[in-house]
Ligand binder design. Structure first.
Ligand SMILES: Cc1ncc(COP(=O)(O)O)c(C=O)c1O
Length: 411
């Protein structure tokens, strides 16, 4: 079994006596473990966790301050599926951006981030022994969520040298009688790949033909570079009964700490997932739902403040992507990489022989004071890679690469 734990590699032991197997055999993802290790190392620069350096924009914060002053319900539970007025704005947004007509009352619920929507989706449709096809590498939390539901992640390698492309035949060949779902995100964490419309349509056809669920993690759907189009599986009408779409406010509005996202699926699925949502969360934080409402009103509304913010965010991150790629070009004796088309990650392969991703990540942490994420946390194909995030400011990105270059000159 692949060692997904950074803690294990630095000798931190777990005591799992009396702990349920479904918890004992999952781990906190390397994405979260590395910053915890790094918190004990003074003066680190981070290319680690995917947190953009920007603050939540003032049009969202001011609106929440106003609501805190005047709305007595803001400190109370909202309706369990979410604030009705927020769900109406979400439906408007999905119509405008993805061309999909959604019934806000029955086909949406507001979650504690995309993460809770994903966990709820998997807990709802996956049971012991069910297989879930996921690209490898893939977002590490998807793996833990499947294992927690006692399902089996079946890793389908992406084609790295073609920009981490989906291999549809491999997906088809990986299907067995136990296959229950396909789970993927585009734009992708950790590779920065953006799957093309024809790839996603072909995969959706596999899901429809074999009656599999397609769980689409679209946390980065707005974040595509070089004016590439983003195609959403939600835009495929024939997929509607198989699709569970999970969306986030975290990345698009720099709201990672507010913990708010949503799910779009057929009403039959939403009814079932709401049972899980009730058992684990009751409702998404009401104050954060107000923030999400302000975000979408500014985006759906005519003055376009939300759109201008998103446009600026994408342009800034594209510039950071370019800086990161320029700096990686000068480290070609250590890394080879595929240029990211979306999200804010690059997933370079380590070309130094005999140096594992875990060793390199720990060396960079302790010897160069740069936080990176070892690739083996993202599935078997992630071995021998590092995930670098370029959500940090250009100053910090350059500082991190200066340190890596200096470290490499001594290595
Ligand atoms: C692919 C992917 N999905 C989901 C999430 C979590 O999103 P949220 O903050 O909305 O829970 C992340 C966070 O980094 C992510 O990278």
């Amino acid at each position: 079994m692949l060692n997904r734990s950074v803690y294990a590699s630095v000798g931190k032991k777990e005591n799992t006596t009396g702990i349920a197997k479904r918890v004992a055999h999952i781990s906190v993802s390397a994405i979260k473990q590395m910053p915890v290790l790094a918190s004990k190392v003074a003066g680190c620069v981070s290319l680690g966790q995917g947190i953009p350096s920007f603050s939540t924009p003032s049009f969202i914060r001011e609106s929440v301050i106003e609501a805190l002053r005047h709305d007595d319900t803001i400190g109370k539970y909202s309706l369990q599926p979410g604030l009705p007025e927020l769900k109406v704005e979400i439906a408007k947004y999905l119509q405008r951006v993805k061309g999909v007509t959604v019934d806000p009352e029955t086909e949406l619920f507001v979650s504690c981030g995309a993460m809770e929507a994903l966990a709820g989706a998997i807990a709802t449709v996956i049971e012991k022994g069910d297989e879930v096809l996921i690209p490898s590498p893939n977002y590490s939390s998807h793996i833990e969520q499947i294992l927690f539901a006692e399902g089996t992640p079946v890793f389908v390698p992406l084609i790295e040298k073609e920009g981490w492309r989906l291999d549809i035949d491999s997906f088809r060949n990986a299907v067995t009688p136990r296959t229950k779902a396909i789970l993927l995100c585009s734009p992708m964490n950790p590779t920065g790949a953006v799957f093309a419309e024809e790839e996603l349509r072909s995969l959706a056809q596999v899901a429809v033909d074999l009656n599999l669920f397609m769980i689409a993690d679209e946390a980065y759907d707005f974040l595509v570079y070089d004016d590439l189009p983003h195609f959403s599986p939600a835009s495929i009408p024939e997929l509607k009964n198989n699709l569970i779409g999970c969306y986030s406010f975290s990345k698009m509005y720099c709201m990672t700490g507010w913990r708010v996202g949503y799910m779009y699926a057929s009403s039959r699925i939403i009814d079932q997932v709401l049972k899980v949502h009730d058992a684990f969360a009751i409702c998404a934080p009401t104050i954060s739902q107000h923030a999400a409402l302000a975000a979408l009103r500014a985006t759906n509304g005519r003055d376009g403040e939300g759109d201008r913010f998103i446009h600026h965010l994408v342009a800034s991150l594209q510039s950071r992507r370019n800086v990161t790629c320029d700096r990686l070009n000068t480290l070609s004796h250590i890394f080879s990489y595929q240029k990211p088309k979306g999200a804010y990650y690059v997933f370079p392969q380590i070309v130094v022989e005999g140096l594992s991703d875990m060793e390199l990540a720990l060396k960079l942490l302790y010897e160069a004071k740069v936080i990176t994420i070892p690739g083996s946390g993202f599935g078997p194909t992630g071995q021998g890679h590092l995930r670098l995030s370029f959500g940090a400011s250009e100053t910090d990105i350059n500082k991190a690469f200066d340190r890596i270059e200096e470290w490499a000159s001594r290595f």
